[in-house]
Design a protein around this ligand. Structure first.
Ligand code: GDP
Ligand code: MG
Length: 419
């Protein structure tokens, strides 16, 4: 999705005159990309209509940056879809809250329950986990294992087959133990069957959760809307968590889930481990969806790996388009420490991960320097000529990438410039 949308916007920006036709072509491309990325047809149509009514080309005075206005409109519309208008119920530390997790089997409920508990525990809460999944063999073992690892109290049974009974007992016990976040994990079953929804309704009625969280796998595709709606019709879903954002899916289905449940996304899951869990933030999410990069994520990475005293200088040089061999030398270790290089670059505005060359460097084109000079450098440094060639190729490649940062406003930490 990111790739196609950035391409569409790029094509538009290449056009000298932005007229009705260019705008329509661009919107059609964006529409197609959003549909492919699991955003519901109805939502896309509405968005397209909204943008057309906002961006009235004739009304725009000459000199206005039309591309920017259209980009901004697309960005805002996507943000709007993700904002249901009211925040979800937020549990209060020290005050007992019951939070029930629902979602299809395999969506990541049990994993996410533990992440959610662990996240709050680290902030000083007293969470507890209740396993009300009596449908799947091994469900209790899985929860028990997770909970034990995170040192979180848990409740469940190998014998009892009534999920409502277990849920009620667990919630009661942990209320008595003064837990302030009682998390009820439920069964998913493999498809949307009437029995599952009836069970969810009963568990919810019996435990009276303060919040019901719908857990959605980011890769479920166009099914997102119907699935979310089906749960919403049986229980009062009040928030969404999108899992497996570390995979290929960009999470376009989140837009459908928000629309169907009229609830906000509150967290995303970014891996199988307990701490691979992030507070959901609309703007960086949409930026990434559009291939515009995630400035705040990138800045966090910079602050993590570049020594404090070097940061302002590095950012200043990069924004001036001054990427020299010396900078590469100085920053190479830092840049490498930033993790898979494509992942870091995909956070930057203007290029999505798809634009990054994959695989090994092609070192068969050493036209940058003449041969005798390279031989001299190689001899002087005691390295093979091949390595000198590779180093220069790498420089060329990075310089090309960093040159795109020229003129960009470098935001300060915590400041997010989406466009
Ligand atoms: P449940 O059936 O809804 O309870 O789903 P589980 O919690 O058992 O998760 C199903 C599978 O998805 C497990 O293998 C999890 O490790 C995996 N999983 C859950 N969340 C994530 C995530 O954010 N990223 C990745 N990569 N895997 C996840
Ligand atoms: Mg489970």
């Amino acid at each position: 999705l990111g790739g196609s949308i950035s391409r569409a916007l790029q094509q538009m920006s290449n056009a000298t005159i932005i007229d009705e036709k260019v705008l329509n072509d661009c919107l059609n491309d964006i529409t197609r990309a959003l549909l492919q990325s699991d955003v519901q047809f109805k939502l896309v149509r509405e968005m397209q209509a909204n943008i057309k009514s906002i961006v009235n080309l004739d009304d725009l005075a000459a000199g206005h940056n039309k591309r920017r206005i259209i980009q901004q409109a697309v960005f805002n519309e996507l943000c709007k879809i993700l904002d249901p208008g009211k925040p979800s119920f937020t549990p209060k530390k020290g005050k007992p809250s019951v939070v029930m997790f629902v979602g299809l089997q395999g969506s990541g409920k049990t994993t996410t329950c533990t992440k959610y508990a662990y996240y709050h525990q680290k902030k000083g809460w007293k969470p507890a986990l209740v396993c009300a999944d009596t449908f799947r063999a091994g469900a209790f073992d899985q929860l028990k294992q997770n909970a034990t690892k995170a040192k979180i109290p848990f409740y469940g049974s190998y014998m009892e087959s009534d999920p409502v009974k277990i849920a009620v007992e667990g919630v009661e016990r942990f209320k008595n133990e003064n837990c302030d976040l009682i998390i009820v994990d439920t069964s998913g079953r493999h498809k949307q069957e009437a029995a599952l929804f009836e069970e969810m309704r009963q568990v919810s009625e019996a435990t009276k959760p303060d919040l019901v969280i719908f857990v959605m796998d980011s890769s479920i595709g166009q099914a997102a809307f119907d699935q979310a709606q089906a749960f919403k019709q049986s229980v009062a879903v009040g928030a969404v968590i999108v899992t497996k954002m570390d995979g290929h899916a960009k999470g376009g289905g989140a837009l459908s889930a928000v629309a169907a449940t009229k609830s906000p996304v509150i967290f995303i899951g970014t891996g199988e481990h307990m701490d691979e869990f992030e507070v959901f933030d609309v703007k960086p999410f949409v930026s990434r969806l559009l291939g515009m990069g995630d400035w705040s994520g990138f800045m966090d990475k910079i602050h993590e790996v570049v020594p404090m005293d070097q940061q302002p200088e590095l950012l200043q040089k990069l924004s001036e388009g001054n990427f020299t061999l010396r900078i590469m030398y100085e920053q190479f270790q830092n840049i490498l420490k930033m993790g898979p290089i494509g992942q870091v670059f995909s956070m930057l505005p203007g290029f999505s991960a798809e634009l990054m060359p994959k695989g090994q460097l092609d070192s068969s084109n050493p036209k940058l320097m003449n041969e005798s000079r390279m031989m001299r450098i190689a001899r002087g440094s005691g390295r093979p000529v091949r390595e000198v060639m590779e180093m220069l190729e790498e420089y060329k490649r990075l310089a090309k990438i960093w040159s795109k940062m020229k003129g960009l406003k470098i935001p300060k930490k915590g400041e997010m410039s989406a466009l």
